[in-house]
Design a protein around this ligand. Sequence first.
Ligand SMILES: C[S@@+](CC[C@H](N)C(=O)[O-])C[C@H]1O[C@@H](n2cnc3c(N)ncnc32)[C@H](O)[C@@H]1O
Length: 230
Amino acid sequence: MALERTPEPELMDGLEQVRAYAAADFNDSDQAMCERLAELCGGDPGPQLVDLGCGPGNITFRLARSWPGAAVLGLDGAPQMLAVARQRSATQPELAGRLLFEQALLPLVDPGEWEGAFSMVVSNSLLHHLHEPAVLWQAVAQLAAPGAFVYIQDLRRPSSAEAVEALVVSQTEGAPEVLRRDYRVSLHAAFTVAEVEQQLQHAGLGTQLQVAPRQERYLEVWGRLGQAWS
Ligand SMILES: C[S@@+](CC[C@H](N)C(=O)[O-])C[C@H]1O[C@@H](n2cnc3c(N)ncnc32)[C@H](O)[C@@H]1O
């Protein structure tokens, strides 16, 4: 029988949890994700990028560095995560003026000036945190400009508890206990490709965005919405 999903707490705002996450080395996987999205978007993300559930900004900073002509906004609901992102930002003044971090909790009740403003919408490892995954797809539709490129990566729920444990062993060897525990919880909270396909259908995005497994532990969603933004 397939492994049932067990949701986890949405926000990551515990001090120990935030510190452990911010100190962890996700360089290889973060770099691989950014290369992948650059390849899929054809190398041109447009002028305004948003990173949903940005945490301490691991992906957000990479986006800003990869595309010097773009303005980049990182959004997260957790003040402690944003505090780390802003501290890091202060040490990189060369990005000032085009890299911003703001607190925003999904669902976005009133996106205001952000509505339809972004030529690329990105998110890494947010979806599995959400108790109601539709809020991510709703935020994508709210924030994307016509023709925006969308790239979402997340963990993929393994088919059994044994497969979860095998990934915990292989992926978190030597990591602090808090990270190993969070990773296990996250794998149990993650969605399958079939579940995300259904989410996209319900959100009316099924014909514009596609979902596929990526490597042994991820799934990815990508595509371009509506007409060209330029
Ligand atoms: C696993 S972290 C990923 C951080 C970052 N994207 C990265 O790749 O390193 C998930 C982030 O999503 C945020 N988050 C969870 N639920 C959220 C919600 N409903 N609205 C906004 N942010 C949320 C958490 O606070 C946390 O910072």
